[in-house]
Design a protein around this ligand. Sequence first.
Ligand SMILES: CC(C)(COP(=O)(O)OP(=O)(O)OC[C@H]1O[C@@H](n2cnc3c(N)ncnc32)[C@H](O)[C@@H]1OP(=O)(O)O)[C@@H](O)C(=O)NCCC(=O)NCCS
Length: 137
Amino acid sequence: VPIAFAWRGDFEDRDLDALHAAAFEMGDGRAERAWRDQVTRHSLGWVVATVGDRLVGFVNVPWDGGAHAWLQDAMVSADCRHDGVGTQLVAVAREEAREAGCQWLHVDFDEALHAFYVDRCGFVPSSAGLISLTEAG
Ligand SMILES: CC(C)(COP(=O)(O)OP(=O)(O)OC[C@H]1O[C@@H](n2cnc3c(N)ncnc32)[C@H](O)[C@@H]1OP(=O)(O)O)[C@@H](O)C(=O)NCCC(=O)NCCS
């Protein structure tokens, strides 16, 4: 069965919870997060990758309503990795953000993913900053 990619494609919160828990090794996949509500209200869009009716990949594309869009929560099911799914999720996100009139697509990532974002997906490295708003200090 071929892998299908859909901009603003439909998905179930529980399926994305399970994918997220496996991808980021957090939680048990049971605490349901209102993903659909969140991305529908706050994002320019999102990309889903499916094999038949199974969700195997996702990336969220929040934005500022103008020139800037971001990638958040890129994830591919472990058994579908290293097959170009992640690269294609990003390519669809990039094209749709461009179509929507955005001028810049941002992402931040750990150095371990340099090969993915820079070598494969075509991002130019830049410095970025981050502050935790949940830790004291
Ligand atoms: C990052 C991720 C989405 C990539 O998905 P993928 O479908 O495997 O990506 P691709 O097949 O398009 O990868 C293309 C190339 O990018 C690089 N790459 C991909 N994933 C990588 C990883 N986890 N570490 C280092 N390099 C990676 C490799 O060079 C890869 O080529 P190869 O398959 O010949 O080794 C996937 O590994 C994932 O879900 N990881 C866990 C969640 C995560 O960390 N998301 C990123 C948040 S910033």
